[in-house]
Design a protein around this ligand. Structure first.
Ligand code: FES
Length: 299
């Protein structure tokens, strides 16, 4: 009985060190979910609500898929949950769904996914393929042992079977142990240069999801080439209603500094208006509290 109740973990897969894929029974969210949206999970009743972008869902099976990296107290606890365990609560889907434009066949949409940015990229990329767009996925990892969801994996292979030539996948590792040696910006720069020189297809849009420094590097690069770029921000969130300010994103519009909030204005924000110098330090702000919490919980 327990196994079929809401918010119960139905399956788990170990993807890489500290990274688990968790399938949860959540039929209401699975029916309503759209690409780019996130949920907030409460692992135990008095726990901390943490935002997680949906990696996948299945409306017929009534399941959602979350990929979690154990970095703080809550995420480490979530990754320790076993099949049959239930979350205290899952709210969602939240955030604005991705805007998917259908482009002509001679223009590509390029996704840059860094490490744990790959699962949230997956549903958005699938939406672009369904719209008929030519898509390049550049998936970057630090090293070969951290790879998951590669071309051998059923998820990526399934997209390749379904969409064939519409999808091109490039892997990078910082140490060159798999795919192209370098960062996601290495093949991206080559593509943008080829497009500018007229020797490669035009790039219509770039989507960046991953560590903030990676998204900034992508944004700086695409700005040089004047290519529209969207960053999907998995910010620190507290209330997810736009009231608390925890997920504030400093942006500049028409020369004026403005505050956007990843929870209600995002998670996707035009990367070229983000004030990265002010934004990046925000990711370190809870580190001390997080460490204290981990010590307190013996993790
Ligand atoms: Fe509080 Fe966005 S999480 S304003």
């Amino acid at each position: 009985e327990r196994a079929s109740s809401e918010q119960t973990v139905l399956a788990k897969a170990h993807l890489a060190d500290g990274i688990e894929e968790i399938t949860v029974h959540s039929p209401v969210i699975a029916r309503a979910a759209r690409a780019g949206q996130f949920v907030r999970v409460l692992p135990w009743p008095d726990g901390e609500l943490i935002p997680l972008t949906l990696a996948d869902w299945d409306a017929d099976a009534g399941t959602i898929c979350l990929v979690v990296q154990g970095v703080g107290t809550s995420s480490i606890e979530i990754n320790r949950m076993q099949v049959g365990d239930a979350f205290a609560g899952i709210a969602g889907p939240l955030g604005r769904p991705s805007e998917v434009t259908a482009y002509p066949a001679d223009r590509r949409v390029v996704f840059t996914a860094g490490g744990l940015g790959l699962p949230p990229v997956y549903p958005i990329l699938r939406e672009h393929l369904r719209a008929g767009n030519h898509v390049t996925l550049i998936a970057g990892f630090r090293s070969a042992e951290l790879l998951f969801w590669t071309a051998d994996d059923e998820r990526v292979a399934g997209l390749q079977r379904e969409f064939g030539d519409l999808l091109e996948v490039v892997y990078t590792t910082n140490d060159g142990t798999f795919g192209v040696e370098g960062f996601v910006t290495t093949p991206l720069e080559a593509m943008l240069e080829a497009a500018a020189a007229g020797t490669g297809p035009a790039v219509a849009e770039v989507v960046a999801i991953g560590p903030p420094v990676m998204m900034r590097a992508v944004s700086d690069l695409t700005r040089r080439f004047g290519v529209r770029t969207v960053a999907s921000l998995n910010s620190i969130m507290v209330d997810a209603t736009g009231m608390c300010g925890a997920c504030m994103v400093p942006v500049t519009i028409d020369g004026k500094p403005i505050r956007k909030h990843a929870c209600i204005d995002g998670p996707e924000i035009d990367a070229h208006i983000i004030d990265w110098d002010k934004f990046l330090p925000r990711f370190g702000q809870f580190r001390t509290q997080e460490m204290r919490s981990r010590v307190r919980h013996g993790l």
